[in-house]
Write a protein that binds this ligand. Structure first.
Ligand code: EPU
Length: 445
């Protein structure tokens, strides 16, 4: 396993292209289970979560091949079990549940395990599928589900923390092949959910209300194969925009869709950054020092929780006092102690962090707890004196195809170095709160 060595960065300059959206492609690949025909998905990012989803599809009898930047899926008779070994690597694996149930009438999917960004129950997934008539039991760590043919129903998918992206995806995919009409209320409105709806529609599904909290799905008997290009990754785009902002740079982020990034654009403008939306791109021009701002992570179209760690990094060096509130995952603050090690001034009270901007951070060895925390710490490293050594970068490759290389192309000083300890490998649940504290040297509390 490698580490990243991040040097203090001059203002980033130039143009950079955004890859396809990780969180769109995962459910879209799962949708290949809904058809007997091959599918071709374009713009798939080379990230380890995609490799995990391909391994799960393989387990379920769907072969996947790389063909010139796309993935072709070839359905075959296969199992109905998604094993613990794979599901523990990636919680998003749970989105094979709806398709398996709808197409094969039975599904056995490992219960996803613990997660470093806080509790992530799956009650809404189960509630939605039960409403469509599935019988579901939890047996020996597996969700065991059966249905002869699912039937359309009225389903409310709102939970204590708002809507759920993957529960909406699961129920939408199942409803596409159910008998009759399904209405999902409090559906997630994230662009990745709309992308799935568009892909399913191209496969012959009948879905109305995409992008709104009410989805109406008229079930059909069969879905056909599809050739589909997924949307650019708004979280990668947002991360690159903030890399430009924290270095006082001038960068054209090609593939950033301003219409998917409204909340971030508003926050960056408040912080003093000039944002110029262009067709299919966004140009970011930042001042020498940013201004403090107030940010609340919320379901879409609110500020994305997946950009919370990154904007907090920006606020650590902004002028004034910022408040960052997390309403999607109230415990997603594992980056805070690492930012403190770099000289940031942050006090955390429950789901809120108060960040007093300092003129400069100070490079230090830090550990990434998860995918987005890694990105936040890289941005912090760009604004820190000397060099920052980031461990735990296996998380980064779960969702960013080449963030380091993209930043280097814009002028950043980032190098991969060997990890003398051999590092750690493993899946999402491999890094628990305890193991993270242990790795950081805090001991287990
Ligand atoms: N929730 C429930 N019950 C459920 C499902 C979710 O209470 O059955 C709660 C969660 O605990 C959380 C909130 O609802 O408080 C939202 O969770 P959601 O279900 O929307 O999350 P997800 O679908 O499991 C996706 C992304 C995450 C992203 C969240 C929120 C994928 C593959 N993952 O997860 O992405 O943070 O939506 O936008 O789409 C990432 O890419 O780093 C990442 C974690």
């Amino acid at each position: 396993m490698k580490r990243l060595l991040i040097g203090h960065s001059a203002p980033l300059r130039g143009a950079v292209a955004v890859n396809g959206a990780k969180n769109a492609v995962l459910p879209i690949l799962a949708a290949a289970l809904l058809t007997d025909e091959p599918c071709e998905i374009d713009g798939v990012p080379h990230v380890t979560d995609v490799a995990t989803m391909r391994a799960i599809l393989d387990e379920l009898g769907v072969r996947t091949d790389d063909i010139k930047g796309a993935i072709r899926t070839r359905p075959g008779a296969g199992g109905t079990t998604a094993s613990y070994e794979l599901v523990r690597m990636m919680r998003a694996s749970v989105c094979v549940l709806g398709p398996l149930l709808a197409k094969r009438g039975t599904a056995k999917v490992s219960m996803p395990g613990g997660c470093v960004i806080g509790p992530r129950p799956i009650d809404l997934h189960l509630k939605g599928l039960r409403a469509l008539g599935a019988s579901i039991e939890i047996e020996h760590g597996y969700i065991v589900a059966h249905a002869t043919r699912l039937r359309g129903a009225h389903v409310l998918l709102g939970g204590a923390f708002g809507s759920s992206v993957l529960a909406t995806a699961n129920v939408m995919m199942a409803a596409a092949l159910a008998e009759g009409e399904t209405v999902i209320e409090q559906a997630a409105c994230e662009p990745e959910v709309s992308d799935l709806a568009d892909c399913l529609s191209a496969m012959g599904a009948r879905i109305a209300g995409r992008g709104t909290p009410v989805l109406t799905i008229e079930g059909v008997r069969r879905l056909r194969g599809v050739r589909y290009r997924i949307i650019p990754d708004r979280i990668e785009a947002g991360t690159l925009m903030m890399a430009a902002a924290i270095t006082g740079g001038d960068v054209l982020v090609d593939g950033a869709r301003a219409e998917h990034l409204g909340a971030l654009i508003e926050q960056l403008r408040e912080a003093g950054v000039e944002i110029e939306p262009r067709p299919g791109a966004v140009r970011v021009r930042a001042p020498r020092r940013l201004r403090a701002t107030e940010v609340t992570a919320l379901p879409y179209p609110g500020f994305p929780t997946d950009l919370q760690a990154q904007i907090m990094a920006l606020m650590t060096v902004a002028e004034g006092v910022s408040v960052v509130t997390e309403k999607v995952y109230p415990e997603r603050f594992m980056h805070v102690p690492e930012l403190l090690r770099m000289g940031a001034q942050i006090t955390r009270e429950g789901s809120r962090a108060v960040v007093k901007g300092v003129p400069r951070l100070s490079g230090a060895p830090v550990v990434a707890s998860d995918l987005r925390a890694s990105a936040g710490l890289i941005l912090a490293g760009l604004a820190a004196d000397n060099s920052t050594e980031l461990r735990g970068i296996e998380h980064l490759s779960r969702g960013y195809q080449a963030l380091g290389a993209q930043l280097v192309a814009l002028g950043a000083d980032i190098r991969e170095i060997d990890d003398p300890d051999g590092g750690r490998t493993g899946g999402e649940d491999a890094l628990t709160l305890e193991s993270f504290q242990e790795m950081r040297g805090d001991g287990v509390r």
